[in-house]
Design a protein around this ligand. Structure first.
Ligand code: ADP
Length: 289
């Protein structure tokens, strides 16, 4: 009983910490059902992915550090998106897909999760897609969508959640007077931040971002980059980027891949300033892309 009480107290403490990270004056803004241990580790061990017999990921073993931006870099076709999508099983629908090895979140094996477990794992590992893809509904409902799916219907609570996360992505002042207008009428940059708010609203521990700024103009792209940099206080972010310059700007930790293999991992300044592997050196020098 004592252990349970301690766990709940710790969970609530971590949630309160998050809430205050954004808006000091906001009250508790998210449902306590989303409280979770913030120290769960996302990792892969000897992960292999095959598509129609082609060996796409080869014995990939990585640990994603907490509260950092991890950039997966490497030339086109080396398996960056496949690895990212494996973290929350988005490759499941791919024809001819086979996987072995482990993808774990804490003690949970993502690869063997049943559909109920998968829904909870996916809530904990949010995805920010490559292109802004608001749902065909209004701004408010876009942010509230995941919360409703997870059983939150209380209007006051939803109002608080929507305001909190629109604030967190810097959109509240821009859209507070038109929450009931279709999200499709927002600019591309606003739509991408809305998608981020939608992902954050169910309080994931990890955020996966697949080239999330590639479809944006330079100013919107900068805004989303800045947001990621602020959000890493409370979330662990894994990004695929084709833009080496972007990785140089924002990565804390780097995974360099080549032909489905992880060649080099480490703190960004170590990998960028002093790469250990010849392939990494050549990639960073622009010998191939
Ligand atoms: P990256 O993100 O580094 O550009 P991907 O992970 O998208 O690379 O792709 C890695 C390899 O897997 C590529 O050779 C690609 O052609 C192949 N691949 C990815 N998705 C599929 C798919 N749905 N069907 C067949 N091959 C695929």
């Amino acid at each position: 009983m004592n252990a349970l009480a301690t766990t709940l107290t710790n969970k609530l403490a971590s949630l309160t910490h998050r809430t205050f990270a954004y808006t000091q004056s906001e009250p508790f803004a998210v449902d306590s059902k989303f409280a979770h241990a913030s120290d769960v580790q996302l990792a892969t061990k000897d992960l292999n992915v095959y598509i129609n017999g082609a060996h796409i990921l080869k014995n990939v073993s990585v640990q994603i550090p907490k509260n950092k931006i991890t950039c997966i870099i490497g030339p086109s076709g080396c398996g960056k998106s496949t690895l990212l999508r494996t973290f929350n099983r988005l490759n499941d629908g791919v024809d001819g897909l086979k996987m072995d090895g482990e993808v774990t979140l804490g003690n949970d094996n993502i690869l063997t999760a049943n559909s109920g477990q998968l829904s909870e794992l996916r809530r904990n590992i949010g995805l920010v897609p490559q292109r802004p893809c608001p749902l065909p509904m209004n701004i408010y409902d876009n942010v509230a969508y995941g919360c409703r799916i997870h059983g939150i219907h209380n209007r006051k609570k939803l109002d608080a959640i929507v305001k909190h996360y629109l604030n967190a992505v810097g959109l509240w002042d821009e859209v507070k007077d038109r929450l009931k207008t279709p999200a499709a009428r927002m600019s591309g940059g606003q739509q991408q931040r809305l998608c981020l708010a939608r992902s954050l609203a169910v309080e994931p521990s990890y955020l996966l971002a697949d080239e999330s700024t590639s479809a944006l103009d330079p100013i919107s792209s900068k805004k989303v980059e800045q947001l990621f940099t602020e959000l890493k206080k409370d979330y662990s972010i894994v990004m695929v980027t084709h833009t080496l310059r972007q990785a140089l700007r924002i990565a804390d930790y780097v995974i360099f891949m080549y032909l489905g293999e992880v060649i080099e991992v480490g703190n960004a300044h170590d990998v960028f300033d002093n790469p250990q592997h010849e392939l990494t050196r050549r990639y960073l020098n622009g010998a191939f892309s």
